[in-house]
Ligand binder design. Structure first.
Ligand code: SF4
Length: 216
């Protein structure tokens, strides 16, 4: 299958079968999504959704979070991974939002990346989900699944994967393709033993063609 055909097949399949894919993180404002995405690094969305209701109840906006100390935030997020660092990041992020951005989450990817705890992946999620920017965030699932399917070739870093996906995916699908790849990676194309036996896209998958198909 040619690269162009693979991209067409990928977009056609998921457009038909998961046209409303979206983040599994619960949020009701850009601020809440930013907090949830920062917390979700190296942690599951399910776990984050368990802690954010109380956290958002106590710190409903950047102003209240900026006025808190890391020690005050810690009890609310103690069950997520790296709670010490994340408490500090949240305070730093909220203070910078208040000091430099008038308490409003910026739409620019470079501005977002200045916030403590916000790397390129988080910035792309916010830009894409909140501001519908032509951006795609590459997390561990997106990185793995894009490479396995063969959407990306010889892409050894998240940035290389991002560049190839941005180049070949239709612009209007960048936002939703991020969710397609994450969800497929979370439930079927899992890290250690991909569930190829139940995967509906074996026919377009390079890994299946080169590894599983040859075993048969
Ligand atoms: S066929 Fe296997 S490797 Fe390919 S996308 Fe499906 S689960 Fe992943």
């Amino acid at each position: 299958m040619l690269k162009k055909e693979r991209y067409q097949a990928f977009v056609a399949y998921f457009s038909a079968h998961n046209p409303d894919a979206e983040t599994e993180l619960h949020y009701s404002s850009p601020y809440e999504l930013l907090v949830a995405v920062i917390l979700s690094a190296q942690c599951t969305d399910k776990r984050i959704n368990m802690v954010t209701p109380a956290l958002f109840g106590r710190f409903p906006d950047a102003e209240s979070l900026a006025a808190a100390s890391a020690d005050e935030i810690f009890p609310y997020i103690r069950s997520v991974s790296y709670p010490n660092n994340k408490s500090k990041h949240l305070v730093g992020m909220a203070r910078m939002l208040m000091d430099d951005f008038g308490g409003v989450v910026p739409s620019d990817i470079n501005a977002l990346q200045k916030l403590p705890g916000v790397g390129r992946k988080t910035a792309n999620v916010i830009a894409s989900v909140v501001f519908q920017a032509d951006a795609i965030a590459v997390d561990t699932h997106v990185f793995r699944v894009a490479n396995r399917i063969g959407l990306t070739l010889k892409a050894k870093t998240p940035l290389a994967v991002e560049k190839q996906l941005v180049r070949y995916l239709p612009k209007e699908t960048l936002g939703i393709a991020h969710h397609w790849l994450i969800l497929h990676g979370r439930y079927i194309c899992v890290a250690r033993n991909p569930k190829c036996e139940i995967c509906p896209i074996t026919w377009m998958c390079k890994y299946y063609e080169q590894v599983i198909g040859k075993r048969k």
